[in-house]
Design a protein around this ligand. Structure first.
Ligand code: ZN
Length: 205
């Protein structure tokens, strides 16, 4: 298991997590640090590295994009350190329910421990947190209007690109325009390949 930190641009770091199991199936997972806000927590097998990174980086809070085990795998561990978190209600419910996951996912990423502790929310502004169901019903994307960066835990636009974790820069500083563009891209993509479970993108507010 390795966790490397890369600076994407000033104030934006990518925390890249790889293990041999994930590499074997062609996957790696990233979390991002936007100034002092961590987006996603990686997978359970990366717990020690993630706790170390958090200890070094001292984020003021965590936004969890969705409940899948490669992004929310260390929510319980980070919640136990007292870090406040923002996530979709359905994400929190999922993490508390501890549903079973498919075997290969458990082998590759590890099993997310059941979330037992209370979650303290925090005000993530100036970052905007927007519901974008599709990849999962509890999917949130994070919009950094100042930098015009959209961070999504997993794919934002299916079919055109396999995985867009971070997309920038956008020619607008309005998240609604971005979501509009994503929807149009999705519509284009769906003409050649069916979208995989995308529902309409609905801003939270
Ligand atoms: Zn996912």
């Amino acid at each position: 298991m390795s966790l490397s930190r890369e600076t994407v641009e000033a104030g934006v770091q990518r925390l890249r997590m790889r293990n041999w199991r994930g590499t074997a199936v062609g996957y790696e997972v990233s979390a991002y640090l936007l100034d002092d806000v961590l987006v996603d927590t990686g997978f359970a097998h990366a717990r020690a590295s993630m706790l170390e990174a958090v200890d070094a980086l001292r984020p003021r809070g965590v936004i969890v994009t969705h409940s899948h085990e490669d992004h929310a795998g260390n929510v319980p561990a980070l919640a136990a350190t007292g870090l406040p978190m923002v996530m979709h209600d359905a994400c929190e419910a999922e993490l508390r329910a501890h549903p079973s996951i498919r075997l290969y996912r458990r082998v590759v990423w590890g099993r997310t421990p059941t979330l037992g502790q209370a979650i303290e929310p925090f005000d993530a502004s100036p970052l905007a947190v927007v519901a974008a169901p599709g990849h999962s019903g509890d999917h949130l994307v994070v919009w950094d209007a100042e930098r015009r960066i959209l961070v999504s835990g997993s794919r934002v636009v299916t079919a055109t690109a396999a995985e867009i974790f971070i997309a920038k820069p956008w020619a607008t500083d309005d998240i609604r325009d971005v979501l509009d563009q994503l929807q149009r891209a999705r519509a284009r993509a769906s003409r050649t390949e069916p979208p995989s479970g995308w529902d309409d993108i609905t801003p939270v507010e």
